[in-house]
Write a protein that binds this ligand. Structure first.
Ligand code: ADP
Length: 190
């Protein structure tokens, strides 16, 4: 099976960790919009300057900016045989845009994989990560806002993919290796 995948789940569910592991196992690039934005902010690029005012307060970057970036990234050679998108799509307009991008590239999405996790657990994880990594958007207020944005704009995406028969859900609570194995099994099963 080809692996053109999106990984869904709330902030703190372990998407980044699992995306790296799945990418390695499936031999496709993990493409994280959040990582690309952070690298650009750190590198002081024009894109970085544009997005920082949004990422620092946990708001979504405007779709026009994010969509163009993802379109460029997915057109690169290493994504031709598959990819794992982490952090995109994040609202229903981005779901539609992704469909157009993939139609233009000639291959549809294979699956949307959702990592589920209890909101209290993810908040605790994010606060702990804040101490370790010092991410600008890991303060308590901004975390709360990111979780609200997720609930309002991103969570409804699961239903859209479920209606299209593309959604698989995996419990994100437990040992990191165990969750990886669950994800691989869910990706294979269909
Ligand atoms: P998390 O999932 O932990 O909230 P990410 O690393 O995925 O964090 O994203 C960090 C920030 O980057 C988001 O809060 C948002 O500002 C911006 N961002 C990432 N992906 C998108 C997207 N698809 N659309 C709009 N903004 C995005």
């Amino acid at each position: 099976m080809s692996a053109r995948l999106v990984l869904l789940g709330p902030p703190g569910a372990g998407k980044g960790t699992q995306a790296a592991r799945l990418a390695e196992r499936l031999q496709v690039p993990a493409i994280s919009t959040g990582d690309i934005f952070r690298a650009n902010i750190k590198g002081g690029t024009e894109l970085g300057r544009t997005v920082q005012e949004y990422t620092s307060r946990g708001a979504l970057v405007p779709d026009s900016v994010t969509n163009a970036m993802v379109r460029d990234r997915l057109a690169q050679a290493d994504a031709a045989e598959g990819f794992l998108l982490d952090g995109y799509p994040r609202n229903t307009a981005q779901v539609d845009e992704l469909e157009r991008i993939l139609a233009d590239l000639g291959h549809p999405l294979d699956r949307a994989v959702e990592i589920t996790a209890d909101p209290d657990v993810v908040t605790q994880r994010l606060l702990r990560r804040a101490e370790l990594e010092g991410r600008e958007d890991d303060t308590e207020d901004v975390i709360r806002h990111r979780l609200d944005v997720y609930a309002e704009q991103t969570a409804p995406i699961s239903d859209v993919y479920a209606q299209r028969g593309l959604l698989v859900q995996v419990d994100g609570i437990g040992d990191v290796d165990e969750v990886t194995e669950r994800l691989l099994a869910a990706i294979d099963a269909r």
